[in-house]
Design a protein around this ligand. Structure first.
Ligand SMILES: [Zn+2]
Length: 406
């Protein structure tokens, strides 16, 4: 009896400490009084916890900006100098490594070329050694490296810390977590890049003040992640969020997954570029042809430029893509009723042309008057979405509240 109440006191203390830290992370700069009001904890308790957090270098006191007479509340914020995180985005062609502070400010960034012919284990070992070279510099300056977050495409087993299948690299069951942990001696967390991107939105992006929303990424593939009550809805079998493989047209193109007419085959960058080339080759006219001498040399960036210049041919293709995305979004809204959907990935470069049409489809097809007006917004994290997402896996681990069964 005595022992269990002791455990409860400790758990409560941990919980409150975590609650204070999380509140300062999300809402800093913030005074002790404001923290106490937000989380309904007594001011002396908040002050006591704040002293510990300052000593442990999680947070720091900032100087008050407003200068008036009398005693000023001292704003508290995350200590940006003393603790950093590594974010690793394993891509098909190159892997990006960032060092970020706890406010998702990128302090250092390098790109490492991927050798697809190399054994995946060797490749991960190589990445681990490169990370060691980076972290040594921080450690030498008494800066604590809190861990490595890894985001990658395909199916990922987060518990085992291995990838199940990454089609663009051909990797299967690579023990990424254990290899990296052995080499770097740091905590490693791995997840699918859609999930990690959704965490980036939740901690640092459009979802900062929301606990129920969906993040959809469209670039070389299409994927979604559902944030439900402030955490990722994981489901079973590691397939949750594979919205890119919902069948939109059973007579459509063959997909990398083996099915026909998946959303991805109609809306991914690869699909768009294929369609552009095919149509141009049968004589359709477009100003995009001014950008390259040969149709085969056209890139997806040429397409984005042409759309934003108002090229009719490219805008028509964008609208077709948007209509198909609208069908996918309709399914997501009808199933999960998110507060909003945030669109990330390269296609956000043409979101001004995409989003009005996606909204039209949603208005026509979604059930319920309120849900028909579900906001569709664009991610503000741009090209850093995946790397900040990877780092956010560690942020989530640090700042999430302790759960009894964890
Ligand atoms: Zn598919």
């Amino acid at each position: 009896m005595k022992q269990s109440s002791r455990i409860n006191v400790n758990l409560m203390k941990d919980y409150n400490k975590q609650l204070v830290l999380r509140t300062i992370q999300k809402h800093g700069p913030i005074s002790r009084v404001e923290v106490a009001n937000r989380i309904d904890l007594s001011r002396p308790s908040v002050s006591e916890i704040v002293s510990i957090l300052i000593e442990e270098q999680w947070i720091e006191e900032k100087s008050s900006e407003v200068k008036v007479r009398g005693r000023q509340p001292i704003p508290l914020d995350i200590n940006k100098e003393k603790k950093v995180i590594i974010g690793l985005e394993i891509g098909a062609y190159s892997t990006k490594v960032i060092v970020s502070n706890l406010k998702a400010e990128i302090l250092n960034e390098i790109a490492i070329e991927m050798d697809v012919h190399k054994n995946p284990n060797e490749m991960i070992e190589y990445l681990g050694n490169q990370i060691n070279l980076i972290t040594e510099r921080y450690k030498a300056n008494q800066i604590e490296v809190l861990g490595i977050g890894v985001g990658m495409h395909g199916l990922v087993d987060t518990e085992k810390g291995e990838n199940i299948f990454a089609p663009n690299l051909g990797w299967k069951n690579v023990q990424i977590k254990s290899i990296l942990e052995k080499i770097t001696q740091l905590k490693v967390l791995i997840d699918n890049d859609c999930n990690s991107a959704a965490l980036a939105e939740m901690w640092f992006g459009q979802g900062k003040d929301e606990s129920n929303f969906i993040s959809v990424i469209v670039d070389y593939g299409v994927g979604a992640s559902i944030i439900n009550n402030g955490s990722i809805f994981k489901g079973s079998h590691h397939v949750t969020g594979q919205v890119g493989h919902i069948t939109i047209d059973p007579d459509g193109p063959l997909c990398s997954c083996g099915n026909y007419g998946c959303l991805e085959t109609l809306t991914s960058e690869t699909a768009i570029l294929k369609k552009v080339k095919r149509k141009l080759k049968i004589g359709e006219k477009s100003s995009i042809l001014n950008q390259k001498d040969n149709i085969e040399d056209l890139t997806i960036d040429d397409f984005y430029i042409a759309v934003n210049k108002g090229d009719e041919f490219c805008i028509n293709i964008t609208h077709e893509v948007a209509r198909n995305l609208g069908l996918g979004f309709t399914i997501l809204i009808n199933l999960f009723g998110p507060r909003f959907i945030v669109l990330g990935g390269s296609l956000t470069k043409i979101s001004d042309a995409l989003i009005p049409i996606i909204k039209e489809v949603i208005q026509l097809k979604v059930m319920g008057e309120e849900a028909k007006h579900t906001p569709i917004i664009t991610s503000g994290l741009g090209d850093d979405l995946y790397t900040i997402g990877a780092a956010s896996l560690i942020v989530e681990d640090i700042f999430s509240l302790p759960r009894p069964n964890k």
